[in-house]
Write a protein that binds this ligand. Structure first.
Ligand code: NOJ
Length: 757
């Protein structure tokens, strides 16, 4: 057994005689004993989280020299650090704390491991398009393994904000617009990060964020206020979080936004009443980066001291980069503004997390440089990244079966600003990915064809004024067309063009809200020039959010949405375009026709004037259709599927069985995501026109049929009322099954069960 210095100290304090006693000791008893030895300053220290100064994922801290932080670490005034990475660095920081502070309570190291640590997987919105929870679990488990090997204990993921506004650059980090899909996939991610045993030193703690409502920032402008009604809060925003708590997510992160005027950080109702009391969550809540301090700017607190008081009383346990708790909590307790019992509760939560991660057994167990080298970037991690990436891709259009590329194609032109880009596929939240380490599309295509097909390449244009520019403002957009001539000539000579266009890697992400989500710069001009000289264009989109691509959808025969696909992007795209993998992705978020339609999402309510009518007095636009360009749940395959024999039967008045037969009617084997939607036709609070309540991904050989069964229970048939109470109302329900949210295959059933009314 590894026996650490810390173990010795803690054992000495607690009066145990051997390290194994710690393992055997009841968790709560251990924590309470330790807490009883702590001074108020030491307790507050556990609630203080600081960033390393050499990497920052938020605005630079206003105060604090390196010396200041060093002193805080040595004297037990810091409980956690973020942005310290690598076995050596974490070991160094941990030693500083463990060997110098009075109680030697280890730090917990957190980091934004959003879609991989160094082996990058597709951005979360892309992974969500796979509709395959097992795959997300796999990618999270590999991200956890690499992070744990780099000394980390905790990721600030998954983001489970249900997002309906693609102007908000952070939709890239979530699972899309639907609460059911987001719930299933977020839970899979939590399970992937945490594994079956948090004490296993190849798993890390997950963090359900941002609690709550952050994706509803008005007009898609990051950090803006939100206006969320109670019905939306309970039925759309909160369900994935509740499921994460039930799945054992060890931590939660609150949010920058206000909800109904109250900052999430000061929100007692969601943090204490719901999460900690009703949902029984026994982990801790970390603030978002200075979200405590930002309450002053919001106008919710007159100064940092008051902000600290509001936050701790509302249940925010750990202060990330706000310096509010460390500066003011002691005084607030002495002034009688904060009950020390609340601080004790917060500290216990933090200690509990450290205990479960095994840090009291050995604070250095994650920081092993030899292990780090063998795990990070291991070949099997990259194999998995390729598998996940190709399954995340969504075939949006494939007229005349341009894809998969036919055997008589002799020459391919790989064109576009992203065609040989080895960096963009890594996305924005790229943790420790090595710059330029992705397999580019051009590399992937070349590797796939060998000498058999002639491959030519032309960039055509750039997206930004210097390659890889940290995309922040429009002024960086590159409008230079001097590369067009070569691109046009290259396209002209080839049998087929793969045109890679989309977004700069930093165009989607935190702080990257946009009012215009069409393709920037001269990309559309390039597209139009290329298609003029060669109609056989397959557009390869690389982006982090739904985009406005009407013209491309109209003119290009084939479009493949590849998102930011991670380290193995080029190989994964090649697998799809050459037919080694038959695409199976389905959109987790609606693609609008215009920004003016936003927010546009499939599970909207009917209005009193749904139309269409002859006159103008119905709910519509006079200059745009109501329908999206591509709906939620949509995605093509190289084969075709039909749905039939829908059977909907009552098992009881509160349980319904649904059966449907899916048939592969095309000439290739392929996977299909069968989606089950319901509509509660009449209810006290009007219900959505469609709500996803189940899905199954099935593999079917050509000509094969499979019967798929679903069961709907009262958990699927009800909804939360405005008081957050679950109600089920009797009446008729439409049950719909198909390959996208626009399915029309339907049966109606009448149920008499009622609950909560
Ligand atoms: C701010 C972001 O909102 C949050 O998601 C992230 O985890 C923290 N910064 C830490 O980097």
């Amino acid at each position: 057994m590894r026996q650490s210095f810390l173990t010795v100290i803690v054992l000495a304090i607690l009066g145990f005689s051997c390290a194994s006693a710690i393992k055997e000791t009841d968790e709560e008893q251990f924590i309470s004993n330790l807490l009883s030895k702590m001074t108020l300053e030491e307790k507050i220290g556990q609630l203080h989280q600081i960033t390393s100064q050499w990497e920052m994922t938020g605005p630079a801290p206003a105060t604090g020299s390196a010396q200041y932080y060093l002193e805080h670490l040595k004297t037990g005034k810091v409980g956690s650090m973020l942005n310290v990475t690598g076995a050596a660095a974490t070991l160094k920081a941990q030693k500083l704390v463990v060997e110098n502070s009075r109680l030697g309570i280890p730090l917990i190291f957190g980091y934004d491991v959003i879609h991989g640590y160094q082996t990058m997987f597709p951005v979360p919105l892309g992974e969500a398009a796979s509709w395959n929870p097992e795959l997300l679990k796999l990618s999270a488990s590999i991200a956890a393994k690499e992070s744990a090997a780099a000394g980390l204990h905790w990721t600030f993921a998954p983001m489970m904000d249900v997002g309906r506004d693609p102007r908000w650059g952070r939709v890239m980090e979530g699972a899309g617009e639907d609460p059911y899909l987001a719930t299933v996939l977020s839970v899979a991610r939590v399970e992937g990060f945490q594994g079956d045993d948090l004490n296993n030193d190849l798993t890390i703690a997950a963090c359900a964020k941002h609690f709550a409502g952050y994706a509803f920032v008005e007009a898609g402008r990051d950090y803006n206020i939100t206006t969320i009604n109670d019905k939306t809060l309970h039925n759309v925003v909160l369900p994935p979080f509740k499921a994460a708590a039930e799945a054992g997510a060890l931590t939660f992160m609150n949010a920058f936004n206000t909800i109904q005027g109250l900052p999430a950080t000061a929100n007692t109702y969601i943090q204490r009443d719901l999460l900690k009391d009703k949902w029984d969550f026994d982990g801790f809540i970390v603030s978002d980066w200075n979200s405590i301090g930002e309450m002053v700017a919001h106008g919710a607190a007159e100064d940092l001291k008051r902000a600290a008081e509001l936050a701790i009383n509302a249940g925010s346990d750990m202060d990330m980069e706000g310096n509010a708790y460390i500066a003011h909590l002691k005084q607030l307790v002495e002034d009688g503004k904060v009950d020390e019992k609340l601080i004790d509760d917060a500290v216990k939560r933090v200690l509990r997390a450290k205990y479960r991660l095994g840090l009291f057994e050995d604070p250095y167990r994650y920081s092993d440089s030899t292990r780090e080298k063998s795990i990070i970037n291991a070949p099997e991690n990259h194999e998995a990244a390729r598998k996940v990436a190709r399954e995340s891709m969504v075939l949006l259009k494939n007229e005349g079966s341009l894809l998969p590329i036919k055997s008589d194609i002799k020459s391919i032109a790989v064109i576009g600003p992203l065609a040989d880009d080895k960096d963009t596929p890594l996305g924005n939240w790229r943790a420790k990915a090595i710059k330029g380490s992705a397999v580019s599309l051009l590399e992937g295509v070349k590797a796939a064809v060998g000498d058999q097909i002639d491959i030519s390449y032309a960039k055509g244009c750039d997206l930004t004024t210097s390659a890889g520019t940290f995309f922040t403002e429009l002024e960086f957009i590159n409008n230079d067309k001097s590369g067009f001539a070569k691109a046009i000539a290259t396209a002209k000579k080839a049998d087929l063009v793969l045109l890679a266009i989309g977004e700069n890697c930093h165009q989607s992400g935190e702080g990257r809200s946009q009012t215009d989500i069409s393709l920037k710069g001269v990309q559309m001009e390039l597209f139009n020039e290329i298609i003029k000289v060669n109609p056989n264009v397959a557009v390869i989109l690389m982006n982090g959010r739904p985009m406005i691509i009407n013209e491309i959808a109209e003119k290009a025969p084939a479009i493949l949405e590849t998102w930011f696909g991670g380290s193995q992007t080029g190989h994964a795209i090649a697998d799809v375009v050459f037919g080694k993998y038959n695409p199976s992705g389905k959109l987790p978020m609606t693609f609008p026709r215009s920004v003016g339609q936003i927010p546009i999402y499939y599970n909207n309510m009917n209005t009193g004037r749904p139309g269409p009518n002859e006159d103008v007095f119905w709910s519509h636009y006079t200059d745009e259709k109501n329908s999206p360009l591509y709906p939620f749940g949509y995605g093509l395959s190289y084969t075709t599927f039909s749905y039939g024999d829908l059977k909907v039967d009552k098992v009881s008045e509160q349980e319904v069985s649904v059966e449907v037969t899916v048939t592969n009617t095309g000439s290739l084997a392929g996977e299909e995501v069968a989606q089950l939607y319901i509509r509660d036709k009449v209810a006290t609070l009007v219900r959505p026109l469609k709500e996803l309540k189940g899905f199954q991904k099935v593999m079917l050989e050509t000509g094969a049929s499979q019967k798929i069964s679903f069961t709907l229970t009262e958990k699927d048939l009800g909804y939360y009322n405005n008081q957050g109470k679950w109600v089920v109302e009797a009446g008729e329900f439409d049950i719909m099954v198909g390959g996208s949210s626009e399915t029309t295959l339907k049966e109606t059933i009448s149920l008499s069960f009622e609950k909560g009314i």
